[in-house]
Design a protein around this ligand. Structure first.
Ligand SMILES: Nc1ncnc2c1ncn2[C@@H]1O[C@H](COP(=O)(O)OP(=O)(O)OP(=O)(O)O)[C@@H](O)[C@H]1O
Length: 385
């Protein structure tokens, strides 16, 4: 969708901001450009909407060399969100959002309806915020209007330059979450500039780590973190890259352990037999509908069994309210385990969404992390970690 072919940008003073850059962003893909200040990220992005012209090489959008396109027409096909947002102070939120549709000659009513729809999509109720002016919004709300405005004409490409850079970390995280949700619906082709590796890793389908004017590595976040291509990349992503990988590695059904399972109405004798047979110290407890209830320890079962053996698991089961879905991150899994002081966390999913699939334990979590890269790269990265 966006293709850089040997693109170089040298400024008049001789600074080579971008040096022989070749890479491609696929349709619907979100690529984050990350690197230290002055490494050429913004220059790269501004060449895509021709705010800056390359010195050498060419850029194709949808197969078409943009050097031959009309810059104004080109920019209308590309949403552009920047840190300073650049909302018109004398226009309302709704008018700001409808800017590009207006420019494209949409009828006023249609443009306003579209703007209202977009505001809703970015989490701003148009009936509450539509008539406000930018000065009457918080920083985070202004950023959302910026995103809504960039999406209003439904452009296939979004260029985002530190769009969440000016807000505090809490708001920033919320905006990232909302943006990910939005992107899963609209599937734009996105180039996203940031100097924050956490943000790059969280948002990018792939991340491009910049050195001076060059991409040092362009890979999926888990690969960049698990197998950095160069010492520079390893240094840039940080010594805690192992921890960061937890947040980009999903829990998969095949990573789960299958502990013994008993039901609430099982007799303690039956439960004791199951635990004995499997040599387990605890079992997961499900209700009649096979939904998660909690767990029961072998000790509790044993302590109840001599008393005539008439008791059921229900009398000794403990509740476990925490669980995850497949696809949750290993970080979420680990954090939930810590929060509940538990050595395992149940994973529910399947056709009825609440089916018990198995449990993730710290051992399985470690295995999942090791496997996420494929064995060779991982062995090296673990050895070198
Ligand atoms: N108009 C210009 N004339 C000369 N040099 C420039 C010009 N614009 C940018 N540069 C230089 O080009 C290099 C790359 O700049 P660029 O803005 O692309 O970096 P960046 O990675 O986006 O940095 P930041 O994260 O600080 O925004 C820097 O060394 C910068 O000083």
């Amino acid at each position: 969708m966006i293709r850089f072919e040997h693109v170089t940008k040298r400024y008049a003073d001789g600074t080579t901001a971008v040096d022989d850059l070749s890479f491609e962003v696929a349709e619907g893909e979100l690529v984050t450009l990350v690197g230290p200040s002055g490494c050429g990220k913004t220059t790269t992005m501004k060449m895509v909407n021709r705010l800056i012209e390359p010195t050498e090489g060419r850029i194709l959008v949808d197969g078409e060399d943009i050097a031959a396109s009309d810059p104004v027409e080109l920019r209308r096909r590309m949403g552009y969100v920047i840190q300073q947002v650049g909302l018109f102070p004398h226009k309302t939120v709704l008018e700001n959002t409808a800017t590009v549709p207006h420019l494209l000659g949409w009828q006023r009513k249609k443009a306003r309806a579209r703007a209202a729809e977009l505001l809703d999509l970015v989490g701003l109720d148009p009936s509450v915020y539509g008539d406000r002016y930018p000065s009457q919004l918080s920083g985070g709300q202004r950023q959302r209007v910026g995103v809504a405005r960039a999406l209003a004409a439904d452009p296939p490409v979004l260029l985002m330059d530190e769009p969440f850079g000016a807000v505090d970390p809490v708001v920033r995280e919320r905006l990232q979450t909302e943006f990910l949700r939005l992107q899963s619906q609209v599937r734009k082709t996105v180039l996203f500039v940031t100097h924050d590796i956490e943000e790059a890793v969280r948002l990018g389908d792939r991340i491009a780590v910049y050195g001076q004017g060059r991409i040092e590595q362009l890979d999926a976040p888990a690969v960049v973190l698990g197998a950095p291509a160069t010492p520079y990349v390893a240094d840039f992503v940080g010594a805690d890259r192992g921890l960061k990988r937890l947040s980009v590695t999903p829990v998969r059904a095949e990573d789960l352990e299958q502990p013994p399972v008993v039901h609430l109405d099982d007799s303690l004798t039956a439960a004791a037999l199951v635990l004995d047979t499997e040599g387990a110290r605890w079992a997961v407890v499900l209700d009649d509908a096979d939904r998660l209830h909690g767990w029961v320890s072998a000790e509790a079962v044993a302590s109840g069994t001599p008393a005539g053996g008439s008791g059921t698991v229900r009398d000794h089961a403990r509740r476990m309210d925490a669980w995850l879905r497949p696809g949750a991150s290993l970080k979420q899994a680990f954090s939930t385990m810590l929060q509940h002081d538990a050595g395992w966390i149940a994973v529910l999913g399947g056709e009825d969404a609440d089916h018990f699939l198995g449990v993730l334990t710290p051992g399985k979590l470690h295995e999942a992390l090791r496997r996420s890269l494929g064995s060779d790269a991982e062995v090296q990265s673990v050895a070198g970690a």
